[in-house]
Design a protein around this ligand. Structure first.
Ligand code: MTE
Length: 317
C-alpha cells in the first residue's frame, strides 16, 4: 500500500489562504519599516508588558535589501506554521498559552563551559539590529519580514565551542500542557533542527527576537527563533530552549517524521522539486501572484561557497 501522510502545511495555498488576506494588500518599502508597520497587528490578548520592549525598534541595517514588497504585519502574523499550537495557519490566538517569561536557553555539548542564560540577560549582551529577509517555505509560498535579532555567530563566539564540534543542534520547548499540538504523539516532539558550523557562523544566520520593530509575537516563535534565509522555512526553528554543539549531524523534526521527503540540508533550489510538487515558483503571500523561486532563495552570493566540493550530495533535500 502506498500511503501519503499529508501535513497541514502541504495543502494548496489557494485553499489555505483566507480571501481577506488577498484583499488586504498593503505595500511598504524601504528602511525602518518595522516601526512603521508596528501599528497594524491583530489585537492580542491583554498581557504583561514585554520586559525587552525598550530594545525595539533596533538600528536598521541597510545592507539587507529586498527585491519585492514587504509583507504587511497583519498578513504575516496570521499565516504561520507552528505545529505545537495546531496544524492550521491561523495559530495567532492559540499561541496565547505560550509562556515566554521566564525563558532560559541552555547552551551545552562541545563547549568550553555549558551554561544556561535567561533571554533578557542574553539580549543585553547581543548586538540587536533590524534586517529585511526573504522567507521561503517548502510548501512553495514566500513572505518578506523585517526581523530584529543578532547573528548566531555572536552567540557561538561567546559560547566558545570546542574544535571537535561539527554541528549546532537546536531544540524547542517540550510542554504538552502549554502547547496542545505536542499531545499529538505521532509527531517526534520536541521540534529539533541542525546546521553545520559553517552554516551556523555565516553572517546571514540570525537568531531572531523581534519583528516589525517590536519583541517577537508568539506566533513567530517568541521569545527567540532561528532564521536561515537561504533554506526552506522548516529549518528556522521557533521558541528555542536549547542550543548544543555536537559532532554528529542532528536529525530534524520533519526528517524524523518523513525522511523520504525532508532532509538535513533543505537549501532552496527551483530546479529540485519536492517529491510531490515543483519548487520552480512560489506564491507570494498577501498578493495574488507567483514569482520564480531563486537559487538559495536569492542569497547564493553569500552562501554558495559553503557547499563547494559537495556537488553530488543531496544539499537541496
Ligand atoms: N518551529 C517550531 N518549533 N514548530 C514549527 O511548527 N514550523 C517551521 C518553522 N519553525 C515550525 C518551526 C516551518 S514549516 C516554517 S515554514 C516556519 O517555521 C514558519 O515561520 P513563520 O510562521 O514565522 O512564517
Amino acid at each position: 500500500m502506498h500511503l501519503i501522510r499529508r501535513k497541514g502545511w502541504e495543502i494548496p495555498e489557494r485553499e489555505a489562504t483566507p480571501e481577506a488576506l488577498f484583499l488586504n494588500r498593503r505595500a511598504v518599502l524601504g528602511a525602518g519599516v518595522g516601526s512603521i508597520l508596528a501599528g497594524v497587528a491583530p489585537a492580542m490578548a491583554a498581557e504583561e508588558p514585554d520586559p525587552s520592549a525598550g530594545l525595539y525598534p533596533a538600528k536598521h541595517n541597510d545592507a539587507f535589501t529586498l527585491d519585492r514588497e514587504l509583507t504587511p504585519e497583519k498578513i504575516n502574523s496570521q499565516y504561520n506554521n507552528f505545529y505545537e499550537f495546531g496544524t492550521q495557519k491561523k495559530v495567532f490566538t492559540a499561541v496565547d498559552s505560550l509562556k515566554i517569561r521566564p525563558w532560559t536557553i541552555k547552551v551545552d555539548g562541545m563547549v568550553e563551559k555549558a551554561r544556561e542564560i535567561g533571554i533578557d540577560d542574553l539580549l543585553k549582551t547581543m548586538p540587536l539590529e533590524e534586517r529585511l529577509y526573504r522567507h521561503r517555505c517548502v510548501e512553495a509560498w514566500s513572505m518578506t519580514i523585517p526581523w530584529t535579532g543578532f547573528p548566531l555567530k555572536a552567540l557561538i563566539d561567546a559560547a566558545r565551542p570546542l574544535s571537535s564540534a561539527k554541528y549546532v543542534r537546536f531544540e524547542t520547548f517540550l510542554d504538552p500542557k502549554m502547547a496542545p499540538g505536542q499531545k499529538q504523539s505521532w509527531y517526534p516532539w520536541p521540534y529539533v533542527e541542525g546546521l553545520t558550523m559553517a552554516e551556523a557562523t555565516n553572517d546571514l544566520t540570525m537568531l531572531v527576537t523581534g519583528a516589525y520593530g517590536k519583541p517577537l509575537a508568539r506566533q513567530f516563535g517568541a521569545p527567540i527563533r532561528l532564521h536561515v534565509p537561504w533554506k526552506y522555512g522548516f529549518k528556522s526553528i521557533k521558541s528555542i530552549t536549547r542550543i548544543s554543539f555536537v559532532d554528529e549531524q542532528p536529525k530534524n523534526f520533519w526528517q524524523s517524521l518523513q525522511s523520504s521527503e525532508y532532509g538535513f540540508w533543505a537549501n532552496v533550489n527551483p530546479e529540485v522539486p519536492h517529491p510531490r510538487w515543483s519548487q520552480a515558483t512560489e506564491e507570494v503571500i498577501g498578493t495574488s501572484t507567483r514569482r520564480p523561486t531563486l537559487l538559495y532563495n536569492g542569497y547564493a552570493e553569500q552562501v554558495a561557497g559553503i557547499y563547494k566540493g559537495m556537488e553530488g550530495q543531496k544539499i537541496y533535500f
